[in-house]
Ligand binder design. Structure first.
Ligand code: GGG
Length: 362
């Protein structure tokens, strides 16, 4: 289980990394909302901003400085926008910034709630609020995302690329325990494991074995497991079956785009990269990326970033303030027609941010 929040401090030092593309548009709205809720609940922040990004890579050859991790190690949390930009290969930007932070700071849980709000239309027929309400717990430090491997016989007919997945006992068990502890706090008390132990015949049967072992520690929690292919189909056809889903790094990444897409727009989905032991800062970022196609137009949807800010406050021990942000999002969707284009409206990123600020003030 996550360590309890350290005695919550009302003054928080946050490392801000807007990153690339729309990250630079949605992060200011997230901060505006956090400031507003701070004024209401007596919270204060020091925002230390870092320009770590693909733009920086293009100028200096590195996404962040060599001592980057040390510069943010002592912050209370990291508030990140989006990473990735055309011209810099995606694996270079990801492994140059996001993944070093996730791994060095042992943020081994990537927590992504999926929820259909009243007032938003699901692309799935006849789905209503309450039908889609589950959490994806994605393993965030190992699995299919590894640095083990290489190329052989390059430039010949025998050319080969090999990449080794890594599933450790500790790595599987700690993220699974987190999922079960989360399920204990939810109403339905259910955990589903995403597997593929028919085709991936070594690491996935091992994942299943660890899941069965951890499940025995939690007799009050109902469990199920599905191969990832049929699980993806069930998230479309039967999303109401699910409560907490625990998945490997890759499977969790895929499901946490699919899930939010069924709630109307992926842009509202928040994410938390959590170090449950609190030995290091955790990092909060929307699920969406830098969206080069709409970057600079001021039309990005800031809700994923704003909701990620709520997750950050909850992690830092300010649950009431976090709930006030989530409530403002609920009211915005249920009682107003302020929507960005991805949700069928005409509002700008700033207008949506301002609407949430107004609601948070109430
Ligand atoms: N805000 C999330 C973001 O920028 N994601 C970029 C990305 O490619 N993420 C891959 C991952 O989460 O593993």
């Amino acid at each position: 289980m996550a360590a309890p929040a350290k005695t919550p401090t009302n003054k928080m030092r946050i490392a801000v990394i807007p990153g690339d593309g729309i990250g630079n548009e949605v992060v200011p709205e997230g901060i505006r909302v956090l400031e507003a809720v701070g004024r209401r609940f007596g919270l204060d922040y020091v925002w230390d901003s870092f320009d770590w990004s693909c733009q920086r890579f293009q100028k200096t050859g590195a996404m962040m400085p060599e001592d980057g991790l040390d510069r943010i190690r002592k912050h209370d949390a990291i508030y990140l926008g989006a990473v990735g930009w055309p011209g810099v290969p995606d694996h270079v930007s990801l492994w140059g910034l996001l993944i070093p932070i996730r791994r060095s700071f042992q943020q081994y849980v990537n927590l992504r709630p999926v929820r259909l709000f009243e007032g938003l239309k699901s692309p799935l027929a006849d789905r209503k609020p309450g039908d889609i309400d589950y959490w994806i717990v994605r393993e965030n430090n190992e699995g299919e995302y590894s640095t083990i491997g290489g190329r052989m016989y390059e430039g010949t007919e025998l050319e080969a690329a090999i990449q080794q997945a890594v599933f450790t006992k500790k790595g599987c068990e700690r993220v699974m325990r987190y999922a079960f502890d989360l399920a204990k706090r939810r109403k339905r008390h259910e955990v589903t494991s995403a597997t593929k132990s028919n085709g991936i015949s070594i690491s996935m049967p091992y994942w299943d074995e660890r899941f069965a072992a951890i499940a025995r520690e939690y007799p009050g929690i109902k469990t199920s497991q599905y191969h990832i292919d049929i699980l993806a189909a069930h998230l479309v056809r039967n999303p109401h079956w699910f409560d907490v889903i625990v998945a490997s790094n890759l499977f969790g990444d895929i499901l946490s785009d699919l899930g939010p897409a069924t709630t109307g727009t992926i842009a509202i989905a928040p994410g938390a990269n959590i170090n449950p032991e609190r030995a290091f800062p955790s990092m909060f970022e929307p699920v969406h990326g830098s969206a080069p196609d709409i970057a600079g137009k001021g039309i990005a949807n800031p809700i994923g970033q704003i909701w990620s800010g709520a997750m950050m406050l909850e992690h830092l021990g300010h649950k009431e303030a976090a709930d006030a942000i989530v409530k403002a999002i609920e009211v915005l969707f249920a009682e107003t027609d302020v929507r960005t284009r991805d949700m069928g409206g005409k509002a700008t990123c700033r207008e949506l941010g301002e609407a949430i600020v107004e609601l948070v003030r109430r």
